[in-house]
Design a protein around this ligand. Structure first.
Ligand SMILES: *[C@@H]1O[C@H](CO)[C@@H](O)[C@H](O)[C@H]1NC(C)=O
Ligand SMILES: *[C@@H]1O[C@H](CO)[C@@H](O)[C@H](O)[C@H]1NC(C)=O
Length: 295
């Protein structure tokens, strides 16, 4: 992706620090947190640059702005189990330690996902029994390492196609929807204190895909397996985002199943070059995006 000059300019401004106080306002509105994902500390550390982005770090760690953080990449399979049975928590630990030092909630991401998956899993030819053992071992080691530190885990990420059917990942192709039940039941055993989420994009309005997410919640509940939340990634587009009414309706349909909802990866894309109209659209979309507060 090409970045417009607007992005570095925002980072480079040296005069007063940002004073949005997003987390403070979110809490005043009755929400649990406003958070931000990050990779920067890991990249900085790898590059041996201790203070490459001091202003970025200061904002990230300001709990008036962000009461929660997530490792953007560091807990994904590709980085945590790059070879079978070889676990590496270096990147994830950096972000987890930032959360702990600043008393921020840690949202952990993700246990079973077809993308950024280690090639040995994706390219292997597995019997159902072998793949079950691989999933169980991965969740046991990864979630066990962070046990007690995660407010929530995205247990299964992006298992659905746009039409609400299951995506043909290695997990689905070998195990069918059983892989979802296996992932959640294993996760429930390993860290009873973490909220267990199904997380996906384009779940922000009623339709075939959100019905697929509802089907997953019911599949687990009917099997007696714990699921606590639906994560709506909320990668929105300024010119065609769901309306406030659509978002409210879909959140109520998840809430009716007794699960909580979170907007997990919120961003609002605009076409380049930007203009006043597209900025106004973007602002309107951000304004309309909010999580319902249940009493
Ligand atoms: C673990 O991951 C870190 C960060 O990506 C990397 O620098 C390190 O070499 C890895 N350790 C091993 C043993 O591969
Ligand atoms: C502004 O940008 C949007 C696309 O984001 C485009 O549809 C619109 O025509 C543009 N308006 C002007 C006045 O250029």
């Amino acid at each position: 992706m090409r970045f417009s000059t607007a992005v570095p300019i925002l980072v480079a401004i040296s005069a007063p620090p940002a004073v949005g106080q997003l987390n403070s306002y979110a809490k005043k509105a009755g929400l649990k947190y406003f958070g931000a994902a990050t990779d920067s500390p890991g990249q900085r550390e790898r590059a041996g640059l201790e203070t490459a982005y001091p202003q970025y770090d200061a904002i990230l760690q300001d709990t008036d702005e962000f009461g929660q953080t997530t490792p953007t990449n560091g807990q994904k399979w590709l980085f945590t189990e790059p070879e079978r049975g070889v676990f590496n928590f270096t990147e994830g630990d950096i972000v987890a330690s930032i959360a702990a030092e600043n008393d921020q909630l840690l949202r952990c991401h993700t246990l079973v996902w077809h993308s950024q998956l280690a090639p040995w899993v994706e390219e292997g030819v597995w019997t159902p029994e072998e793949l079950r053992l691989i999933i169980i071992e991965h969740i046991t080691q990864l979630m066990g390492h962070y046990k007690g530190q995660c407010y929530a885990w995205d247990v299964v990420n992006e298992a659905l196609n746009e039409d609400g059917t299951y995506r043909e990942s290695v997990f689905y192709n070998v195990l069918g929807e059983e892989f979802i039940k296996l992932a959640f039941s294993t996760a429930a055993e390993i860290d009873p204190s973490a909220k267990l989420y199904y997380n996906d994009y384009n779940l922000e309005s009623p339709g075939a895909k959100s019905e697929g997410a509802i089907r997953i919640v019911k599949l687990l509940q009917e099997a007696g397996i714990r699921i606590d939340g639906v994560g709506m990634q909320a990668h929105l587009v300024a010119s065609r985002a769901p309306t406030l009414d659509q978002q409210t309706a879909v959140m109520e349909s998840y809430g009716a199943l007794g699960v909580e909802v979170a907007l997990t990866e919120l961003d609002v894309r605009v076409e380049m070059p930007i203009n006043e109209t597209s900025m106004a659209w973007q602002s309107e979309v951000y304004k309309n995006v909010r999580v319902l507060v249940s009493s």
